[in-house]
Design a protein around this ligand. Sequence first.
Ligand SMILES: Nc1nc2c(ncn2[C@@H]2O[C@H](COP(=O)(O)OP(=O)(O)OP(=O)(O)O)[C@@H](O)[C@H]2O)c(=O)[nH]1
Ligand SMILES: [Mg+2]
Length: 319
Amino acid sequence: MSDSAELVKRLLKGDRRAAAKLITLVENDNNGQSAKIMHLLHPHTKKAYIVGVTGAPGSGKSTLTDRLTHELRTKEKTVGVIAVDPTSPFTGGALLGDRIRMKESCTDKGVFIRSMGTRGSLGGLSRATNNAIRILDAFGKDFILVETVGAGQSEVDIVNSAYTSIVILVPGMGDDIQAIKAGILEIGDIFVVNKADRDGADRTVMELEMMLELNPKKNVWRPPIIKTIASRGEGVEELLSCIEKHRSYLESNNLLEKRQDCRNESELMDVLSYRINKYLLDDLKQSGSYTDLLKKICEQKIDIYTAADEILKILWKKS
Ligand SMILES: Nc1nc2c(ncn2[C@@H]2O[C@H](COP(=O)(O)OP(=O)(O)OP(=O)(O)O)[C@@H](O)[C@H]2O)c(=O)[nH]1
Ligand SMILES: [Mg+2]
């Protein structure tokens, strides 16, 4: 039996080390190992409930995730936590930081915590994270909490794959609210104003309410706004009850299936474009006609669009 098959077998029996090893394998994705692993895992997935937690650096995502994990554990739910850290790929600084902040949950067997760093090519992080989510799903975790810094496309992609997305803001971020309005506001199913022990929390809630009012996307679900003090665990119970309400809303309106479909489609497109890039374009770059066309562009004999048309013709002929 291959290495990954053995690991998947151990994962399904509840072996934590196998879970950790498998996530490392999908992170590195050497020799197409992710594909093999995902093939074996697929029948064992689609059970976990995925929650995205996003917000600016330092807004309290890890603290809140830790508290939420604790709250879920009191309800006897098992939890997987994935902290996506796109900014510090090498040092492991954020990893340690998250570990320390999440220490409360760390010794608990019902909790599995993992940080993911930027790796590989563009978009590799969201693919690795999606695969890690599936690994923890097959591992049997009831809830998977995914922490991402709310900036950049890959984080938005990751949040998009959650069933319930929590957007965290902190008081005194008026300008930031404006800045994130376009992207993050649309994906928030629940808004949290954390650090409510600071001045201006009510004002932030008000500004947020006004912004949501202006949001043209009028859904039956009106995103609630909750004030929390994550460092003291205040408001966390209410947050969990909002997550449960949102889940019931999705389930009773057949929207959970829809979100799962969206998630599957975006992952399929991601894998397809990755493969098209990797196999077709890599192959093409080795070919003489590609080098010839490139040379012609440099010599001003052909423009880039015409060259691209020529390349597409070559690819179509091949397929
Ligand atoms: N005053 C106050 N401090 C808080 C609260 N919640 C978290 N903090 C503190 O804010 C700091 C950042 O919290 P984290 O949970 O690490 O924030 P984060 O969003 O995960 O940060 P990054 O992962 O680095 O982006 C820590 O020092 C926390 O103790 C709160 O409700 N009130
Ligand atoms: Mg954090």
